[in-house]
Design a protein around this ligand. Structure first.
Ligand code: ADP
Ligand code: MG
Length: 359
């Protein structure tokens, strides 16, 4: 196992003739701690697969270095990196039995047949494949084949890390839940570094200790699910994580305080006045509440989601979402709202404005 580090990594695929290269990954500096359970979360096209392929060595980055435990591996081939990778679609040898498919990565490294059997049986048991071990892989359903793929990723215990690239996309929702729990369990048992790629926030937040959020080729935040919820460092994290996502509203700064429309917003510490760029204030729907002397709003919609309600509010041309527990009351006239100062954050050109250090 190893600590995996990215130092100033950038990557551009070869551009079509006559065109300038476009970077699929912008400068990435990142450490994957040994034994961590990470989710790599971001929308389609943001560079997740590119990043995984750089870790496993399927791709050499255009710039920068990859280090495993401080040793540079940027140009080492995949076979010398000891990385297991599970892809989005099943990679199995159709003509081989399920057993032989699972045994393949071990036999390939010359493991003793008895040890191979122990390990294959153990992994098959975990993935509910025991009854299918003698069958040909071609006879299995898409779910079954993807389980073999997962098994092939998990079977080696000598790897530096296991990379899962949206491995449960083709799997039915119930089984998906089961398999994800199994992966998590396995992580707790063997403590191997796991990087799990997904574009689904629920999947990311339930699997990982740390979530790496990517947006347009950049890692915008690495944090625990709680950190991503409470302190999004980038408006994309605010918007992408949470349901509904964070309200991002235009603002100005006056005397160290954000102002939304004509409404000054209390915050915990003063904001620098000399910011230049697009200024916005972010507040999660969970931290908006009704208050007698707050900002006047119109209630446009109330959605009852069982334990809580989601309200759509309007203040002039801006829409604000609010989450309320079902036992809280909606004012019958002149509704006004306020934002929790401890959760009101200012963003400049999409990046959070660090709180000013008290002078
Ligand atoms: P993700 O896995 O997050 O969906 P990818 O890493 O596959 O994203 O892609 C990142 C960007 O790189 C996208 O704009 C994609 O079109 C581009 N890209 C990916 N693979 C190639 C390739 N082989 N050649 C050229 N462009 C590519
Ligand atoms: Mg991908």
């Amino acid at each position: 196992m190893a600590r995996i580090r990215f130092r100033d990594v950038r990557h551009a695929y070869p551009p079509p003739k006559g065109q300038q290269p476009v970077y699929a990954l912008n400068e990435i500096n990142l450490v994957w701690e040994d034994g961590g359970a990470y989710a790599l979360l971001g929308p389609s096209g943001c560079g997740k697969t590119t990043l995984l392929n750089i870790i496993s060595g399927l791709l050499t980055p255009s710039e920068g270095e990859i280090l495993f435990d401080g040793k540079e591996v940027t140009h080492l081939p995949t076979s010398e990196r000891q990385i297991a990778q599970v892809f989005q679609f099943p990679v199995v040898y159709d003509t081989m039995s399920v057993y032989d498919n699972l045994a393949f990565p071990l036999r390939n490294r010359g493991m003793d047949e008895k040890l191979v059997r122990d390990r294959v049986e153990q992994i098959a048991e975990m993935l509910d494949l025991t009854a299918n071990l003698k069958k040909r892989a071609s006879g299995l359903t898409a779910d079954g084949k993807q389980k073999i793929s997962l098994g092939r990723g998990l079977v080696r215990s000598d790897v530096n890390a296991i990379l899962f690239d949206e491995p449960l996309t083709v799997i039915d929702p119930h089984l998906k839940w089961q398999l994800r729990s199994k992966l998590k369990e396995l992580h707790q048992q063997v403590g191997m570094t796991m990087i799990y790629v997904t574009h689904d926030q629920v999947e990311a937040l339930t699997f990982a200790e740390k979530v790496v959020v990517m947006y347009e080729g950049t890692v915008v935040q690495v944090g625990t699910p709680v950190e991503l919820f409470n302190r999004p460092r980038h408006t994309f994290v605010g918007y992408f994580i949470g349901s509904p996502g964070m309200n991002i509203l235009p603002c100005t700064i006056d005397d160290g305080q954000p102002v939304f429309g004509t409404n000054p917003l209390p915050v915990q510490s003063r904001i620098k006045n000399e910011l230049s760029g697009k200024l916005e204030v972010g507040i999660r729907p969970e931290f908006v509440e009704f208050a007698a002397d707050g900002i006047p709003v119109i209630i446009e919609k109330v959605e009852d989601l069982g334990r809580y309600q989601v309200l759509t509010l309007a203040h002039e041309s801006e829409t604000i979402k609010m989450v309320m527990r079902e036992d809280q009351l909606i004012p019958s006239e002149n509704p006004r709202i306020q934002f929790d100062p401890g959760h009101t954050q200012v963003y400049c050109d999409d990046w959070v404005v660090e709180e000013a250090v008290n002078e």
